[in-house]
Design a protein around this ligand. Structure first.
Ligand code: SF4
Length: 336
């Protein structure tokens, strides 16, 4: 998705979902209690008409298992979207669904309505994690559905989660490697948030699920992000979109932070700085130079990267400067 794409989201919370995944309460995640209708699609497009238009305007159905919705309802929603496309009010349609709700007949219908991008909730490529999370599909379903979507010419976005029940860091890394092997156009990473009124919340309250904290999520995502980047797979979202409902109490624990992506980028820079400082004598005064736009990421929230690096390497002072001309992300500028 280009930087100039604007998205008109239409939430279809839980529509079509044959299972209740343990972590999911789309009504609370999307902040919307009622699934959208064709009329809501028309209204969303009409409301967006007043907003500045990017290079491409996409209508996106999120929050349910779109292709598992009864066909007449799917066709009503898609029909309203296609009419908007025919009138030139939108340029593309995207939707998210489950990997076990994709087959050739489904894809023929999506193509007929002009859908361009399909997002698959893979979540994990470990069958035990999928089972414990109540997903009701396997890793093989993700591979099969991805293959079908590619062959049919759709753009493929894969979603993965970290910190699910039964998950480990190694399983998350293996999930990322297996998703990369499926050659997606992009991925989204959603570290697990404990949302009120979910099975996961009840497991947590009974002490049967260990919380995936913001710190856990930052640590693992700082390993995942470089894997995807190295493979040339854009990560278009990291962490749940903040909503009023989540911020005001629906997120009872787990990796909910409105700026999770920034925290992860800041951790990656800290790791790069740590490599540069490995052979610096304790007691040194050090200056690191970072490229354009990296200063606040390098310093970290509440200057935590500076404090951590000084502690770790026994530095007497650490200065960070930004050099807009610098092509390297980070350089050791001086050591006294
Ligand atoms: S995670 Fe997806 S498939 Fe599972 S209940 Fe939520 S919307 Fe439905």
């Amino acid at each position: 998705m280009s930087a100039r794409t604007d998205v008109i989201p239409v939430f279809v919370p839980h529509l079509g979902c044959p299972h209740a995944c343990v972590f999911c309460n789309q009504n609370r995640i999307s902040g919307q209690a009622r699934p959208a209708s064709a009329e809501d699609v028309r209204r969303a497009v009409a409301n967006a008409a007043f907003l500045p238009r990017g290079e491409k305007r996409q209508l996106a159905f999120y929050g349910g298992s779109f292709t598992a919705i009864p066909i007449p309802e799917q066709e009503a929603l898609l029909g309203a979207a296609r009419e908007a496309m025919e009138r030139g009010e939108i340029d593309a349609i995207r939707l998210s669904t489950r990997p076990d709700a994709i087959d050739e007949e489904v894809l023929a219908r999506l193509r007929a309505y002009g859908v361009e991008t399909v997002e698959l909730g893979a979540q994990s490529m470990d069958d035990e994690v999928l089972r414990l999370s109540g997903r009701g599909h396997t890793a093989a379903d993700v591979e099969r559905a991805s293959g079908l979507l590619h062959s049919a010419g759709f753009r493929l976005v894969l979603q993965m989660m970290t910190g699910l029940p039964g998950d480990t860091e190694e399983k998350d890394l293996e999930t990322a490697r297996r998703l990369i092997a499926l050659n997606p156009d992009a991925v989204r990473i959603y570290p697990t948030v404990i949302v009120r009124d979910t099975a996961l919340c009840r497991l947590f309250e009974r002490g049967e699920y260990r919380e995936h904290t913001v710190e856990d999520a930052v640590e693992i995502c700082a390993k995942l992000l470089p894997l995807f980047e190295k493979a040339g797979v854009p990560v278009i979202r990291l962490g749940l979109n903040p909503t009023e409902e989540l911020t005001n109490g629906a997120a009872v624990g787990g990796a909910y932070h409105p700026a999770l992506g920034e925290l992860v980028k800041s951790r990656i820079l800290r790791q790069k700085a740590a490599e540069l400082l490995q052979n610096v004598e304790p007691g040194s005064r050090v200056e690191l130079s970072v490229g354009r736009g990296k200063l606040s990421q390098m310093i970290g929230q509440h200057r935590e990267n500076i404090a951590w690096l000084c502690r770790r390497y026994g530095l007497s002072a650490l200065k960070i400067s930004e050099n807009p001309e610098q092509t390297e992300e980070i350089l050791l500028f001086s050591v006294d």
